[in-house]
Design a protein around this ligand. Structure first.
Ligand code: FAD
Ligand code: NAP
Length: 338
């Protein structure tokens, strides 16, 4: 029978390094202990929360219930004609999985190198970077559905993936724990280097036909230049989502901001880079209290130490108000707030 720890500090369990405690803390290494930990919370009418690497959430207060720290481990490769089926337990580190699959000689995850966090949360967020999203590689997931109290397998289609979105943020929010993921990788080196920043950097290195390993190394190089390492400067990555706005709104904004970039989103909508809006509005590098907008990447709010989640959210609200005032765009916060 697994036992929880009482009143544990979550300081080392969230990459923003917000100093809060939880009432109970389970570290779960066996999938069958997940329903046990949830039942423990339910018996005491306490909330529960599954935690991966804590790189996409903000704690605004002590968590009054049960934290279930996902420590499920295990990785297997199974050959299938030209492909390989990779099965990974959800508590594995995402970046370690990317590097392991490349070391085994399999291609497909290289653009998603150096994204912090766990395998399970990667499906919640449908992680994406440098022109690739998880859904392009995912075959299915296994999860504990605490509403129906059973184990389920969801296919890719059933996960209802969208841009940094999935069913786990909607219909299956707060009631499911992903325990395993299956990914389809290639034995052949088929790489995607179309994303401009990646393409340009490969060209600078004189590489015109990149191997998957070279793509991963280049993505890592760019990310290390642009993004603060949470170990050195606590942060939760992009704090705001890239807004999707109507074409007509975009055309209207162009008259005042002719340089405003956009990318297609749907037939009548475009995606606008939030980082560009923030930089134009002068937020890049600005600090307030214990937090700051990073000086190399305007989307990332960094914790300078000693601050609270509520202070961070107040700073974010001020930024959102300013962007709304200037561009009539309502930014949304990307990390989950607790
Ligand atoms: P956590 O923060 O632990 O959890 C996030 C949410 O998912 C919580 O609501 C949690 O309850 C839920 N959850 C966690 N595990 C499970 C599970 N097994 N089952 C069900 N629900 C679960 N994201 C990108 O998409 N692209 C990027 O390029 C990127 N770059 C980043 C760079 C930095 C420096 C940082 C700090 C973050 C970045 N992120 C990026 C965001 C983040 O890394 C991803 O969202 C990641 O998938 C979060 O994983 P995690 O294990 O830390 O999740
Ligand atoms: P960037 O290259 O400066 O580009 C800014 C934004 O423009 C990105 O968010 C990207 O959207 C969008 N973009 C650029 N080229 C595009 C294209 N060809 N088609 C569609 N959209 C395009 O971005 P960056 O901030 O340095 O980040 C690089 C990559 O890492 C991005 O993919 C970004 O999403 C990812 N990242 C995510 C986080 C996070 O916490 N979520 C943190 C850091 C980096 P997309 O987001 O759709 O790619």
């Amino acid at each position: 029978m697994i036992k929880p720890e009482d009143y544990k500090s979550l300081l080392d369990f969230n990459t923003l390094a917000i100093d809060v405690n939880c009432r109970y803390f389970f570290e779960v290494t066996r999938a069958e202990d997940i329903p046990v930990a949830i039942a423990f919370a339910e018996q005491q009418q306490l909330p529960w929360l599954v935690l991966g690497g804590g790189s996409n959430l903000v704690f605004t207060r002590d968590f009054p219930g049960v934290i279930i720290k996902n420590a499920l481990r295990g990785v297997q490769y199974q050959a299938r004609d030209e492909c390989v089926l990779l099965t990974a337990a959800s508590g594995e580190s995402w970046h370690s999985l990317v590097m392991d699959s490349l070391a085994q000689g399999y291609c497909g995850l290289e653009n998603l190198a150096l994204i912090p966090g766990s395998v399970g949360a990667a499906a919640v967020q449908n992680i994406g970077a440098y022109g690739v999203e998880l859904e392009q590689r995912l075959e299915s997931v296994t999860l504990w559905n605490n509403r129906s109290k059973n184990w389920q397998h969801l296919t890719k289609a059933e996960c209802q993936f969208g841009y940094r979105d999935s069913i786990f943020k909607h219909a299956l929010k707060d009631c499911s724990v992903i325990t395993e993921m299956r990914l389809q990788l290639h034995k052949q080196a088929i790489v995607n280097t179309r994303y401009a920043a990646l393409n340009e950097r490969l060209a600078q290195h004189g590489i015109d036909s990149a191997t998957p390993q070279q793509v991963a190394a280049t993505v890592i190089e760019i990310r290390q230049e642009k993004l603060p390492d949470p170990e050195q400067l606590p942060n939760a990555g992009s704090f705001f989502k890239n807004p999707v706005i109507a074409q007509s709104h975009y055309q209207h904004l162009l008259s005042a901001h002719p340089q405003l970039p956009c990318y297609p989103a749907s037939a009548d909508q475009v995606k606008v880079p939030a980082g560009w809006l923030l930089e134009q509005a002068g937020w890049k590098g600005r600090s307030q209290g214990h937090f700051a907008m990073h000086n190399a990447q305007a989307l990332v709010l960094v914790h300078l130490g000693g601050g609270s989640g509520t202070e961070l959210l107040a700073f974010a609200e001020q930024i959102k108000d300013d962007i709304n005032h200037r561009f009539s765009i309502k930014l949304e916060i990307e990390p989950s707030v607790y």
